[in-house]
Design a protein around this ligand. Structure first.
Ligand SMILES: Nc1ncnc2c1ncn2[C@@H]1O[C@H](COP(=O)(O)OP(=O)(O)OP(=O)(O)O)[C@@H](O)[C@H]1O
Length: 228
């Protein structure tokens, strides 16, 4: 469902962040992306939702080539892909409900459907009782759960997470992993960049290691493989 073919990325400052990646991620997989700082993990992930465009190569999501896609089609493509960030990126003046509903309002979904869909995803992340709270009234783990709810409310085929547990204490991080695992079991493909050695070594998944902009290791039920 995600296929990268001979993908290269240089930034305008001439940093060569990705140097010839070929990879296939099948529907329903859960993939950790690991590697040292500066290895190219974020760049790799950003190209999957066209936040960055490759300098060369093809990136197919369900046979649609993101690398060649025209700017005006990007918002439509993004409905298939949910994204979660390390720093949550919630809108501070909107309630939990409104933050999650926002993505559906943009596409002019009917209000009754919005209410149902938002409450359904808030149920998955166990935050139905905090729908009226503002982000500042939530813990970091709760804010990340809202961000996950927002990312999955459109029922995307892929959920991309860049260091989703990076700002959280260990216990809270495990809670986020339970939720991501649950979402994966419901059929969503997950690609997650992480530095969290304990998580990668305990909740075994496919591990893709990137160094110097290349895939240096790709193992089903792999391990973190770096000292932290
Ligand atoms: N917007 C940008 N402009 C120029 N260079 C960039 C940009 N973003 C990243 N880079 C460079 O590309 C390389 C790869 O960076 P990237 O953020 O993809 O690494 P990473 O593996 O995610 O690192 P970290 O684990 O520290 O987040 C680095 O040398 C970085 O300095």
């Amino acid at each position: 469902m995600i296929e990268m073919k001979d993908v290269w990325k240089s930034y305008p400052n001439n940093v060569k962040a990705i140097n010839g990646i070929n990879i296939t991620i099948k529907k329903g997989e859960f993939v950790y992306v690991v590697g040292p700082s500066g290895a190219g993990k974020s760049t790799f992930i950003k190209m999957m939702y066209r936040e960055e465009k490759p300098t060369k190569g093809d990136i197919l999501i369900d046979s649609v080539n993101l690398a060649k896609m025209k700017e005006k089609r990007i918002p439509y493509m993004r409905r298939k892909i949910g994204v979660v960030f390390q720093d949550f990126k919630l809108l501070p003046s909107l309630t939990v409900f409104e933050n999650v509903a926002f993505a559906l309002e943009v596409i002019e979904e009917n209000p009754t459907v919005i209410k149902r869909k938002v409450m359904d995803v808030l149920d998955i992340v166990m935050l139905k009782n905090k729908a009226r709270f503002l982000p500042t009234e939530l813990s970091g783990g709760e804010q990340q759960r809202v961000a996950i709810a927002r990312a999955i409310v459109n029922n995307p085929e892929v959920l991309i997470a860049d260091e989703p547990t990076g700002n959280l204490d260990p216990d809270t991080a495990w809670g986020i992993m339970d939720i991501l695992d649950d979402i994966n079991h419901r059929g969503t493909t997950i690609v997650m960049a992480t530095h969290n050695k304990d998580i990668v070594n305990t909740i075994k998944k496919r591990v893709v290691a990137i160094e110097g902009g290349r895939v240096v290791r790709d193992e089903l039920r792999g391990s973190y493989g770096y000292e932290t």
